[in-house]
Design a protein around this ligand. Structure first.
Ligand code: ISL
Length: 574
């Protein structure tokens, strides 16, 4: 097995809370994943990334961990995880766990000890700071700096008992660890080795580029209208992140002696930094999740401020990443995950007439680019955003805090609703739609968040094994990556980059050439004739429909929102 085995694979993300509920308590669980492993096998994916199942007060749905070596009873037991690892391995699927070590839960034993007194053993494992000079702790403006939390409010929480503040970039129940403390790092590496010894095959590292905080914790810039200073530019990708990841590699992976995969979640990372993080010679991580393409539609007032995005802008961004990482480094490819809106509603067209076609076409593009594609649960069914309408519809701490903060500042909820509907993380967190039946077959109890009403049309039962379905298209794309080295290992040539509706590129490897053509509009697209020169006798290896393949090969026209992948030994147009 080559060291870079992950170049030819597809990863499937399970957000366990919303995947499948085996015991009827309304929350998905590990046994639910075990019961539905057949779905992943059928799709053909190689790796399962499991979002956190560790012990947690669930303030941020498990991204607040109180015991890294324990499983939350909500999700099951350690034995269930052992069984999941074994069953996944039997099915030829590797298991990658979430690693959340920028912060712990405030209920983790390390933090409980840390806050117990100023000279506790773990005091310097977290960021404790006195009030700002001349201020009284706990009063407005006394925070050590002006940083805002990602989940609204100050990033500092006052601790009356010990008379200091602690830092939390996320919720106040997610205190940040001090990575410059070697004891913290040693404890994290030991925990990672413990999981690898149990059989897991790697880690997805949560906000791993935020672990290096700047010396002196300076104030962040405050733009007009900002309630708090911007911490993000100051904490994103500090220089020591590279050192820590190299150290981690040496301490955890260098002597593992079997295949593994590491992916660093890195908001704010640019392509140049990503090349450094993923250059195999530097031994940091195999790939990163970059955020540029999912931030393009973010307006100046933050994530719920939505600006229109054209296909051309999206394409320009992702194709630039393709080019910049073509010789060194490796891309992760994703349209959505548990933090992002549903891909078809955001980048496709979720009108019932176009939904399936556009969901399939998004799949075609992502899965034929160079990099490792990630499928987020339900994406392979074309699941959509949710028609939220009231404050009570939201569960996510980020949305709930935002609604609370904004309405308290006098903004009517109706003004917030469009942004929330578009981008609330709850869009991705409604239950996977297995059937047209009650609660979409997710649970026999009451789901923790209601299923999306359209489960009657969009569900696995209606798609698996059904020709022309979104699921079967994704299955064909996964198979293509396994079979066709031009997809997994080929070079990429962006084509027709000035076309407003056609996303086109070539792939090439050892004499095999592919031409990917994808329409991002309802109208038929005339393919520029020069693109098709030399492709007359080509084979359509994957297409969203027979019509799409025939349309391109016989008339040079791609029907609305359709896509084809042609294979030939012809010559790629320049
Ligand atoms: O959605 C976001 C907040 O605006 C993102 O910035 C998100 O917080 C960021 O992608 C980091 O996400 C990861 O860490 C968070 C957790 O809430 C997310 O679910 C996780 O994917 C804190 O652990």
């Amino acid at each position: 097995m080559p060291r870079d085995w992950w170049k030819g694979v597809v990863v499937y993300q399970v957000y366990p809370r919303s995947f499948a509920d085996s015991d009827g308590d309304g929350v998905g669980d590990i046994r639910g994943v075990i019961e539905r492993l057949g779905h992943l096998e059928r799709l053909g994916v190689d790796v399962l990334w499991l979002s956190p199942v560790y012990c947690s007060p669930q303030d941020d749905n498990g991204y607040d961990i109180s015991d890294y070596r324990g499983i939350d009873p909500l999700f099951g037991t350690l034995e269930d995880v052992d069984e999941l690892i074994a069953r996944a391995h039997d099915a030829g699927i590797r298991l990658v766990m979430d690693l959340v070590v920028n912060h712990t839960s405030d209920e983790h034993a390390w933090f409980v000890d840390s806050r117990s007194s100023r000279d506790s053993e773990h005091r310097d494992w977290y960021w404790w700071r006195p009030p700002r000079k001349g201020h009284v702790g706990g009063e407005a403006g006394a925070e050590p700096n002006n940083w805002g939390s990602f989940f609204s409010g100050s990033a500092w929480e006052w601790d009356e008992a010990t008379g200091e503040y602690y830092l939390h970039l996320f919720s106040r129940k997610q205190p940040d660890l001090v990575w410059s403390n070697p004891d913290v790092r040693a404890a994290v590496y030991a925990m990672m080795r413990w999981w690898l010894a149990r059989g897991v095959d790697g880690f997805r590292m949560d906000v791993i580029n935020l672990i290096d905080k700047p010396d002196g914790l300076p104030d962040g810039d405050k733009k007009l209208g900002d309630l708090w200073g911007q911490a993000f530019p100051l904490v994103s990708t500090g220089p020591r992140v590279h050192d820590y990841l190299q150290e981690m590699h040496g301490q955890v992976f260098a002597d593992l002696g079997r295949p593994y995969l590491t992916v660093g979640e890195m908001p704010g990372v640019d392509a140049e930094q990503a090349r450094l993080f993923t250059d195999p010679a530097r031994r940091e991580v195999d790939m990163v999740f970059q955020f540029e393409h999912v931030d393009l539609d973010k307006g100046p007032s933050g994530k719920f401020d939505i600006v229109p995005l054209t296909m051309a802008e999206l394409r320009a961004n992702l194709m630039r990443w393709q080019v910049e990482l073509d010789d060194v480094g490796w891309n992760s490819l994703y349209w959505d995950n548990h933090d992002q809106p549903r891909a078809v509603s955001r980048f496709g067209d979720d009108d019932p007439v176009w939904r399936e076609r556009s969901a399939k076409t998004l799949g075609t593009v992502l899965h034929t680019l160079r990099g490792t594609p990630y499928v987020y649960q339900g994406e392979e069914l074309g699941m959509t955003n949710v028609p939220f309408s009231a404050p009570e519809d939201f569960r996510d701490i980020e949305s709930v805090n935002y609604i609370r903060e904004q309405t308290a500042a006098g903004v009517p909820f109706s003004d917030l609703l469009p942004g929330l509907r578009f981008r609330s993380r709850d869009n991705a967190r409604t239950p996977v739609q297995w059937t047209a039946g009650e609660h979409a077959g997710f649970t026999r109890g009451e789901p923790w968040i209601p299923v999306t009403p359209n489960h009657e049309e969009i569900n696995a039962e209606a798609q698996v094994g059904v020709e022309g379905s979104v699921f079967e298209h994704y299955r064909a794309l996964v198979a293509l990556r396994h079979e066709e080295r031009a997809v997994s290992h080929g070079t990429v040539t962006p084509l027709a980059m000035d076309h407003p509706d056609l996303w086109a590129f070539g792939r090439e490897h050892e004499g095999t050439r592919l031409l990917v053509l994808a329409s991002f509009t309802r109208e038929p697209v005339e393919v520029p004739p020069e693109l098709l020169e030399g492709w007359e006798g080509a084979e359509a290896v994957v297409a969203t429909s027979g019509d799409a393949a025939a349309g391109v090969l016989t008339h040079g026209v791609l029907p609305g929102w359709e896509s084809v992948v042609l294979r030939s030994s012809g010559t790629l147009a320049e």
